[in-house]
Design a protein around this ligand. Sequence first.
Ligand SMILES: CSC[C@H]1O[C@H](OP(=O)(O)O)[C@H](O)[C@@H]1O
Length: 357
Amino acid sequence: MGKTVDTNQSVIQSVVLADEKDSIILLDQTLLPNEKRFLEIKEMKDLWEAIYELKVRGAPAIGIAAAFGVYLGTKVSKAETFEALYEDFKRVKEYLATSRPTAVNLFWALDRMEARFKRETGKTPQEIKQALKEEAEKIRVEDEKVCEAIGSYGLSLLQPGWGILTHCNAGTIATAKFGTALAPIYLGKAQGYNFKVYADETRPLLQGARLTAWELKEADVDVTLICDNMASIVMQEGKVQAVLVGCDRVAANGDAANKIGTSGVAILAKYYGIPFYVCAPMSTIDMGCKTGKDIHIELRPDEEITSKWYVQPMAPAGVKTYNPSFDVTPGDLITAIITEKGIVYPPYQENLAAIFK
Ligand SMILES: CSC[C@H]1O[C@H](OP(=O)(O)O)[C@H](O)[C@@H]1O
C-alpha cells in the first residue's frame, strides 16, 4: 500500500514521478470526490494494485503510471550487465502487463519502454536506468501535448452554449493533463464557450459522478449529473448537441472500447441524430487489433455492482452478476474519432491507417 503524502497541487496531475523521492506520486482516484489524497508508490506491487483497483485509471494515465513503474521496478535490479538487466526488465514488464487487459496504453507504454531499453545497448546499467526514467517522463510530457491537441480539434466541432453529454471520466485525471473527452470542454471554458455538460454517473464505478462532476465543478464548468438511464431523455428534450467520450482501445476498423454503457449512448445518439465523438490519442489506437471483437473486455468483481457504494448490499447475498468494465461501440455509430493528428472520419480502416503514415 503506498504512503499518503501532502500535495496541494493546483492543477491536478494524477500521476507524476517525484524526482527527489524517486517514487511515483499518484492521486488516489478511489477516494474522490470526498478526499484528495496523494499516494507515494515505491514498490512494484503497490503500483500494480493501484492500477487494478483504479486508484490510477484512464488509459493514458495507466500508460504513464506503467512507464514510471518500469523505471521503479528496474532501478532496484542488482544486474551488472546489459543482458542481466534486460532479464530483470522483462520480468517487470510482464508483471505490470497483468494489471488490466483492455486499455492498450498500458501495453503501448511497456513496449515503448522496451524499445528505449534496447536502444541503450552498450550502456551501463545505471545509464540504462536513467534512460528509462527519461523515457517515462517523455511519455508523460507528450501526453499533455496530445490531449491539448485533441482538445483543440474537438473544440472545432462544437459551438458555444452547446449541451455536451459525457460518459465515465476522460478528464485531466485520466491523462497527463486536460483529458481527452474533457479537453475540448476545458479549452472551450478558457475561450468562453459556456458549454453545459451532462455527465452520466456511469455505474457501477461511478467515474462520471465521482470524477467528471468533481473535475468540472472544480473548473467552474456548468455540469449536470444524470443517472445513466437519463441519457435518452436529455437527448430527446434537445439538451444535448454532441456526445464526447474517451476510449481504451480503438480497433483498426474504428470500433472503440470504452467504459461500459458507451455503446448504449452511441445508439441513443444515432437515434436522436446527435454527433457522437470518440476522443482517441494515437497511443489508444491499436492497428494490430482488426475489429472490436478482438478487444479483451475486463470483467470485474461482483461487489462493484452489489455492495460497493451502499450502506448494505443492495442485492441478495450470492446473486450472480455480470460486470464487464467496458463495451465496444461499432465504428458505424461513431461520427468521428478525434486524435492529436486531426479529426478522422469514416471509412476508418483507411483513414486511421493514414494518420500513422
Ligand atoms: C482518457 S481514457 C478514459 C477512459 O478510461 C476509463 O476506463 P477506467 O476508468 O476503467 O480506466 C473510461 O473507459 C474512460 O473513457
